[in-house]
Write a protein that binds this ligand. Structure first.
Ligand code: HEM
Length: 246
């Protein structure tokens, strides 16, 4: 019963995450960017733009220049999250890839670092009056959700162990449309319920800022308006005259 319930929950969560993400990103990709608005100083070549985006993704460069405290907490959280997620690949692969095995010890420290980063970001929303004023309940809820996922994960690691072999068999089974029994440990069930909630909320929440960043015209445009006339596709059609296409 419990196994079936969580199997259905994770199928729904996966479909929502993948379908929701695809729909949102398709919408962003189709949204016209009629104006040339790269945030200056901006690269003047396409290769420069790729480099700028890479620095932004790997180092959060503009945040570093804008606000050092948010950068520290935000960067620690995101890098730690990446390590934690990579460590979790062991539940979904058999045999476990060599580099995932090598990462395992770092993944545990990353669990603590992830929570520390989130606490810092949350403290900022409470302590800085300006930020407190513009914080919505959903901002607080997202932080709470991520902290609770991390805390329940660490509790399993250090306080109340679960049968991780059985957890792995359950998830590998789901990937082949087979049901293997899920352990009924309360902390594991809390961890998994919160993870499923996160997967369902993700495409409709502000957490989408990660993939959505790629579509930001301020960052992905080349600063070449003098060399090359920028014209949106619909404007080109208008210029070509009624009934004609550009
Ligand atoms: C379906 C997806 C997931 C499964 C099956 C899962 C399962 C587990 C299990 C079994 C543990 C205990 C590890 C141990 O005892 O050695 C754990 C730990 C942990 N989980 Fe998850 N988890 C999932 C998703 C996530 C996500 C999305 C996050 C973060 C947002 C997360 C954060 C953590 C953390 C921080 C720990 C403690 C550190 C560690 O052992 O890596 N988990 N998880």
């Amino acid at each position: 019963m419990l196994t079936t319930l969580y199997a259905v929950l994770f199928y729904i969560a996966t479909l929502t995450l993948v379908g929701g993400l695809a729909a949102k990103l398709l919408r962003y990709a189709r949204t016209p960017a009629p104006l040339k608005i790269p945030t200056t100083p901006a690269p003047t070549t396409q290769a420069g733009v790729v480099l700028r985006m890479a620095r932004e993704i790997a180092l959060f460069e503009s945040l570093f220049k804008a606000n050092r405290w948010i950068w520290v907490f935000g960067y620690v959280f995101h890098v730690a999250l990446l390590l934690v997620l990579l460590r979790h690949l062991r539940y979904f692969t058999h045999p476990v890839w060599e580099w995932v095995s090598l990462l395992q010890p770092f993944g545990i420290y990353a669990g603590f670092a992830m929570i520390a980063g989130l606490m810092g970001l949350w403290a900022r929303r409470i302590v800085v009056p300006r930020i407190r004023y513009i914080s919505n309940p959903s901002d607080h809820l997202m932080l709470a959700l991520l902290i609770l996922i991390g805390a329940s994960g660490l509790m399993m690691k250090f306080l109340a162990h679960t049968d991780i072999i059985a957890v792995k068999a359950f998830f590998l089974g789901l990937m082949r449309f087979e049901l293997n029994p899920l352990p009924a440990d309360p902390i594991l069930l809390v961890h998994l319920t919160l993870v499923a909630a996160l997967m369902i909320i993700f495409p409709f929440s502000k957490l989408l800022h990660g993939p959505a960043f790629l579509f930001s015209p301020g960052r992905n445009q080349v600063d070449n308006p003098r060399e090359k006339r920028h014209i949106a596709s619909w404007a080109a059609k208008l210029e070509a005259g009624p009934g004609k296409s550009a």
